[in-house]
Each structure stands twice: as C-alpha cells, then as structure tokens.
Design a protein around this ligand. Structure first.
Ligand SMILES: [Zn+2]
Length: 210
C-alpha cells in the first residue's frame, strides 16, 4: 500500500501514521528524516542539501525530489510506504508523477481550523522537567504550575496562536490544493480526524481498504 498523508498541522497525522505503518508493516517516510539521512549518508543529493542547510537556506524542490526518489527505491519500500510531508505543493506532486511513482491512496485527515487552534494553543510545557499539559484536555492542578516540579508553565513558540494561524494559512494556500489534484486522479480518501484516536484509526483503515 503506497499512501500519501495529507492534513493540516495539528490534524494528528503523526499519531495516525504510526498506526497505519504498523497495520501494513510499511515504513513512514517523512521529508525531515529523508533530508537528515541523505546528508548523513552523503548521497549526491544529500551533499547538495547540505550546502543549502549550512547556508541557512531551504532545500529547493528539485533536491528534495531527488532524495525522495532515492529513498523510495530502497528495499524496505518494496511493499509500500506512507509519505508524510511530501508532496507539500502541486508542483511537488507533479514531480512525483513524473518519477513514475504510483500512489494507491491519498489520505486526507480533516480537522476544522478552530479545533486545531484549540488543540495547539492549549498546550503548556514545563521548561524545567519537560512535562506537557493542555489547558482543556490535561490541565495542571492549579492551571499555572507544573504538577511535578512546581515551575511556571510556558507556551512554546510553535503553539502560540499567531504561529498556528500562520502555519494553517500556508497549509490552505500551498498544500490544500493537493486535495483537488488527487480528487481528480480518483485516489483521494477523506476521514474526519475528530474523536477518539482508536475510532479515527478504525475509520482510516476502513477508508484505505474501500
Ligand atoms: Zn516540571
């Protein structure tokens, strides 16, 4: 089963990807890992990526695409894989098609923006011991200090409302058009990513088998 995973940041893709990988015994391939591995192994594309990373620039599409292509040819991908974080734009999806990669299902986990805002902006962390809390789902006893060590809880930059909003906007502008792209190809499946985690997983597996 060759799967592309779509969904907004905070839609719960990571958690569900792990369960899908176990179910089908396939690797999860995320762009971040591919770039790190290729640089570590000093593949031709990895060496190119290194130059961009070292100069603080984003790794350009053509280099990422080369790394993805290399990665999908490895033995552990023979029975399939789940691609997470790639393609992120329509041009990247077109590049994947041009490589001759045949995708079975494109799974889109749908969660409304306001639900994502609630999930992410409610997160609190203890900078001292690393404990994590959520103002609604897993609050600290007094709401302000870490239960374990008493340190005042803080909000990570990634979880600040402005940051989450900006990331959602980028998703809607650049990545969401992929839904239409794959809908037109006939392999898009959409699952609502709200509710108990196990129920979402069950819905996903059913949709993938349909
Ligand atoms: Zn603590």
């Amino acid at each position: 089963m060759k799967i592309i995973l779509l969904g907004a940041p905070g839609a719960g893709k990571g958690t569900q990807a792990e369960k899908i990988c176990v179910h089908y015994n396939i690797p999860q391939i995320s762009t971040g890992n591919i770039i790190r591995e290729a640089m570590k192994n000093e593949t031709p594309a990895g060496l190119k990526a290194k130059e961009f990373v070292n100069s603080g620039a984003l790794v350009p599409d053509e280099v990422v695409i080369e790394m993805v292509n290399d990665r999908l040819k490895q033995d552990d991908c023979a029975n399939g894989y789940i691609l997470d974080g790639f393609p992120r734009t329509v041009p990247q999806a077109e590049a994947l098609d041009q490589m001759g990669v045949q995708i079975d299902k494109v799974l889109d986990i749908e969660v409304a923006d306001d639900v994502i805002m609630g999930r992410m902006t409610g997160r609190r962390v203890c900078s001292k011991c690393g404990a994590t809390y959520h103002t609604e789902f897993n609050p600290a006893k007094d709401g302000v200090h870490c239960d374990k060590c008493g340190t005042e809880l803080t909000i990570r930059k990634d979880d600040e409302p402005e940051t989450v909003k900006a990331r959602l906007q980028v998703y809607h502008e650049q990545t969401e058009p992929l839904k239409d792209y794959y809908q037109n190809k006939g392999n898009l499946v959409m699952v609502e990513g709200v509710g108990a985690l196990d129920e979402i997983t069950a819905k996903i597996l059913k949709a993938l088998e349909a």
